[in-house]
Design a protein around this ligand. Structure first.
Ligand code: GUN
Length: 311
């Protein structure tokens, strides 16, 4: 039997826990956590992400502020804005929505965020803590996946984990976290030889490459756990038909909405092979958003001298 890992239900549970902790802080005379999101330019997907993050904050009692700047925002102005937020006593977490416009230096920008407010876990100091197995902020997508695996009772010790995609945001930190849980970790990427064979060695397969329905049955061992990190929006009817020939339900969804969201995994063909799998939408995405709230709460507690648990 395949278990569908329900990200919406788990995220709701986590939001409930965050809301309870925020109430405790406020009832104890503390300050509610504050998150600032910086949105530079007019990327429609980023607009949606930032709006949903603000809504999530509101649900759990975290104060959120969105600061917008145009595409042509000078680098100096962006750095000065981050400096202001770094010294703002009401702001515990700073999130620079990626991607930045091409004219801006991403590394320089992310490194300007104070490590104690780095709720995205993208600052080099946070990355170092992660790989040194020290407490620190961990990027929300991989920590959300770990939380999902833990809460779903999926064993990790000694398991063969194969991660496809080596991004700084997902693939690499995912590997660090799985190593910490004593998985044997393999990183794959566009130059990996015989990718299907490597993927078939996985007890746990993480797909994070941003290619719609890329992973098929040829990539999956019977009984494996499959985590789909991809969120690909398809807006062409022909593309839906090419990827999912004869899938009437999907075609109808496309026709009623004008687009469909598709993961990196061909869910319909792969799910029957697996012991557990995340759907898209409703899998990893909601957990990512929930973990940003957890990180912001953690930052607020640390800044107010309230105890936190490790990592
Ligand atoms: N763009 C895509 N994913 C992320 C994320 O997790 N954080 C930020 N800041 N930008 C992103």
């Amino acid at each position: 039997m395949t278990k569908i890992l329900d990200g919406n239900a788990l995220a709701k549970q986590i939001r409930g826990e965050v809301a309870e902790s925020v109430s405790e802080i406020v009832e104890g005379g503390g300050r509610p956590p504050g998150l600032a999101a910086l949105l530079i330019g007019e990327n429609p997907a980023s607009e949606v992400y930032v709006r949903s993050k603000a809504r999530d904050c509101e649900k759990v009692g975290i104060l959120s502020r969105t600061l917008r700047r145009p595409d042509d925002c000078p680098q100096d102005e962006l750095l000065a804005l981050i400096d202001d937020l770094n010294s703002d006593p009401d702001i515990d977490g700073i999130l620079v929505q990626l991607p930045l416009p091409a004219s801006l230096d991403e590394k320089l920008t992310l490194a300007r965020v104070s490590p104690e407010k780095d709720v995205d876990g993208f600052h080099p100091e946070s990355v170092g803590h992660l790989w040194l197995d020290e407490a620190g902020f961990v990027p929300a997508t991989p920590s959300g996946i770990m939380e999902m695996l833990r809460r779903s009772g999926i064993p990790l010790e000694g398991q063969q984990a194969v991660i496809v995609g080596r991004s700084t945001i997902v693939g690499k930190p995912m590997g660090a976290l799985l190593l910490r849980e004593n998985c044997t970790v393999t990183f794959c990427h566009s130059r990996t030889r015989d990718l299907p064979a490597v993927c078939r060695s996985a007890d746990l397969l993480i797909g994070a490459i941003g290619r719609p329905a890329f992973f098929g049955p040829e990539h999956v061992k019977e009984g494996a756990v499959v985590v789909d990190v991809g969120i690909n929006r398809i807006t062409e009817a022909a593309e839906v038909e090419r990827l999912f020939p004869g899938d009437e339900a999907r075609r109808e969804r496309f026709e009623s909405k004008g687009s469909v969201l598709v993961g990196d995994v061909d869910f319909t063909r792969v799910a029957p092979l697996t012991s557990a799998i995340t759907p898209v939408p409703g899998g990893v995405g909601p957990l990512t958003r929930a973990m940003l709230l957890v990180n912001t709460l953690r930052a607020a507690r640390l800044r107010q001298g309230i105890a936190v648990t490790a990592s």
